[in-house]
Design a binder for this molecule. Structure first.
Ligand SMILES: Cc1cc2nc3c(=O)[nH]c(=O)nc-3n(C[C@H](O)[C@H](O)[C@H](O)COP(=O)(O)O)c2cc1C
Length: 370
């Protein structure tokens, strides 16, 4: 039996992808399409005429929001504007589509499409984070946007949407950002990692439809659509990795973990005490320990090096499956670009030029997950 899909369209130029999605999959799904008034500006007359698109209350008899919500096996908003996301997160029901969202008591797939500034706006991030508790947020990813811009906000492709709704999602952990080890209640030892490469990997995996567990440093932001956890110390990070290991297929260990830990002093060490000596103890290798406890999980380790050596010994000593080599002399911390090498135990798999971190993320993922 064909599944019933309720497709909500909102006012974005990405509506052309919704037309493509319906065209490509109408043989296998029964579509009912609700379009906001604004979305009709971005839909072709042919599509509107051929697909019985509903927009107004009086396009159908009775109480269409009730009938439509009960008709559907799956409810997908593709594309979802910033405006629409804000409205449904507030529970507004001032038109047919928002009212049907309120009527629908199962998970909704929401595919944001907007310019980068709108997506990164705190209000949109807040709305998406709240909506992601009960719904599935797919994308957006980094890529080409309106008026020739490039950035975050590009809606996922029809094929990716299809893959997500048909295949069971693999669970992937991405760790990101610096650890901070306390010296006392106030001072910490940390490092210069910005977390941008880890974030790019998590966002790209989300756009590809994976279930992403994003374990990020408390100093960096969570990502809407991921299951987010934050850490301070390397110990907290390791505990979160272990807590989430069940059913995990891959772990991208992008977090910059301190090589050393310190015996923490309670309170605040005062300047009045004069010179102090801090003893650094060698930290354990998180990925090595994690892999020994979870041999079935594919581990992708990241190594900040001062050279470009293809460090097969390091990969073997960590017992990781892949190593991403990041030359920290050539690539400055916090920059938007990166240049990496990817190796497995046998050979060099990828050697990128200096490229946007998002492009690098996409290339790393495509080299590992086929
Ligand atoms: C040419 C053009 C393109 C637009 N593209 C987007 C977009 O991609 N994402 C977005 O959130 N808003 C976009 N907007 C703004 C929305 O159309 C506007 O917020 C509208 O009120 C959305 O209505 P709806 O959410 O009810 O469909 C665009 C506006 C114009 C004029």
């Amino acid at each position: 039996m064909k599944k019933n899909i309720l497709l909500g369209l909102t006012g974005s130029i990405a509506c052309s992808k919704a037309e493509q999605f319906v065209q490509e999959y109408k043989e296998i799904y029964n579509f009912k399409i609700i379009a906001t008034h604004s979305s009709k500006n971005y839909l072709s007359d042919k599509f509107l005429a051929e697909n019985n698109v509903i927009s107004d209350w009086d396009d159908l008899n009775g109480s269409p929001h009730i009938d439509l919500a009960r008709f559907s096996d799956l409810f997908i908003i593709y594309p979802a504007t910033a405006n629409f996301i804000a409205k449904i997160n507030s529970g507004i029901a001032d038109d047919l589509l928002t009212s049907t969202v309120l009527m629908f008591n199962k998970t909704i797939y929401i595919c944001p499409a907007m310019h980068e500034e709108m997506y990164l706006n705190n209000k949109t991030q807040h709305n998406l984070l709240e909506l992601s508790r009960d719904n599935i947020i797919l994308g957006p990813r980094y890529g080409n946007l309106d008026i020739g811009d490039i950035g975050y906000g590009r809606m996922i492709e029809p094929k990716e949407l299809y893959n997500t709704i048909t295949k069971s999602k693999e669970k992937i952990i991405v760790t990101s950002g610096p650890t901070s080890e306390p010296i006392d209640d106030v001072k910490v030892i940390t490092n210069k990692s910005s977390g941008k490469q880890g974030k790019s990997i998590a966002i790209e995996l989300l756009a590809k439809g994976y279930e992403v567990i994003y374990i990020h440093s408390s100093s960096i932001s969570p990502i809407p659509g991921a299951v987010n956890y934050s850490f301070n110390t390397s110990k907290e990070l390791f505990e979160l990795m272990c807590d989430e290991s069940e059913n995990t297929k891959y772990i991208f260990m992008v977090a910059a973990v301190s090589d050393f830990t310190i015996e923490k002093v309670e309170g605040k060490i005062s300047r009045k005490n004069g010179e102090i000596n801090i003893t650094f103890q060698q930290n354990f290798d998180l990925i090595q320990k994690f892999k020994s406890q979870n041999p079935h999980i594919v581990c992708i380790a990241f190594s900040a090096q001062i050279d470009n050596d293809e460090n097969f010994n390091k990969l073997i000593s960590k017992n990781a499956d892949y190593l991403v080599i990041n030359n920290i002399v050539e690539n400055s911390f916090g920059s938007e670009t990166n240049k990496i090498k990817l190796i497995n135990k046998d050979k060099l798999l990828l050697n990128t030029g200096v490229e946007e971190k998002n492009i690098v993320a996409s290339k790393i993922i495509d080299s590992i997950i086929k």
